[in-house]
Design a protein around this ligand. Structure first.
Ligand code: SF4
Length: 316
């Protein structure tokens, strides 16, 4: 069964004055696009697909608008308004697993509930169950980059901070968002897998030790490339310009995709990542040299102490 609601999309498009449509989706949904394209073509529209890698609504394929009246971007929540772009999130059905394993791990009374876009619609259900157990759950309101209540992104933890909780409960898979929320708030964070019910206390010590070692390694770098993304929702040129004077031999490098090959070819012994904040943390293992976040670069340059470490967030 298609995750993309094809008949709903066709209905929406019919109400718009458009004849040509570009479609974009992240890797996990890309294979659904040809099916939708076929259905739209049967309705008389001309359709093209964006095949480039895509990881968020920060990376709208605006170049495709040269060939189409509108772009429909699937799989994320909107980060910005654009008159010719529709952003269509794909929500997982509301579900919460049994809470037996998570309840003993929660600390305090006020529990901030956070999740990614896929599972954020299940947070009210989770809140109901926690209330029955005597907790006071809080779901923070939306922020400009996270339009769903309780939603966090790998570059925005406003909902984790705004919950003003004793403890955070992250509903989702993977640990990146949970680790980010822990560093962003300093609060205990418990993760809960919506499919398996597996729960765990989120630890950041190993990650922070690795980041400390990376900063130390970067001390021998005589030149620094400050990466600025050309993707529409990631461009932080102002931040890069503010960081530039911190190092006598730093340059700003514009990049569309940040890959190990490109970093190798550019030849800098250290980079500062002003593109997607997840890049340096998730992909450092693939990169040939240290790729520091802006706060880590400030630590390297003596502008910030290690105990003032912060997770990098995009505040556009
Ligand atoms: S900048 Fe990175 S974390 Fe933020 S929305 Fe884009 S891909 Fe996701």
């Amino acid at each position: 069964m298609s995750l993309i609601p094809i008949s709903d999309i066709i209905e929406r498009v019919r109400s718009l004055p458009v004849r040509s449509i570009a479609l974009q989706a992240p890797e996990g949904l890309k294979r659904e696009l040809p099916v939708l394209a076929e259905a739209l073509r049967a309705e008389g529209y001309s359709v093209i697909l964006s095949g480039d890698p895509c990881y968020g609504a920060c990376d709208l394929a605006l170049d495709a608008l040269e060939y189409a009246d509108i772009l429909i971007h699937f799989g994320h929540t909107p980060l910005m308004d654009h008159p010719r772009v529709l952003v269509e999130p794909i929500f997982q059905p509301e579900r919460i697993p049994p809470l037996d394993s998570v309840l003993p791990l929660l600390t305090g009374e006020v529990i901030g509930l956070i999740s990614t876009a896929q599972h954020a619609s299940s947070l009210p259900l989770l809140a109901e169950e926690l209330k029955k157990q005597g907790f006071s759950p809080v779901i923070a309101p939306p922020s400009p980059r996270t339009p769903l209540p309780g939603q966090v992104l790998g570059c925005t933890y406003t909902a984790a901070r705004e919950a003003k909780a004793d403890c955070l409960l992250y509903l989702g898979t993977g640990v990146f968002h949970a680790i980010g929320s822990r560093i962003a708030t300093g609060l205990p964070v418990i993760s809960l897998d919506p499919y398996t019910g597996e729960a765990g206390v989120v630890e950041t010590d190993r990650l922070l030790r690795r980041r400390f070692a990376l900063i130390e390694k970067a001390r021998s770098a005589d030149r620094v490339g400050i990466i600025v993304s050309q993707k529409c929702g990631q461009n932080r040129m102002k931040l890069a310009e503010a960081l530039l004077p911190l190092h006598p031999r730093a340059e700003i490098v514009l990049l569309r995709e940040v890959t190990a090959d490109q970093l190798l070819n550019l030849g800098y012994p250290c980079y500062v990542n002003c593109a997607c904040p997840r890049l340096g943390l998730d992909d450092q293992i693939r990169f040939p040299v240290p790729v520091l976040s802006p706060p880590e670069f400030e630590i390297l340059c003596g502008r910030r102490e290690w105990d003032e470490y912060e997770i990098d967030e995009i505040r556009l």
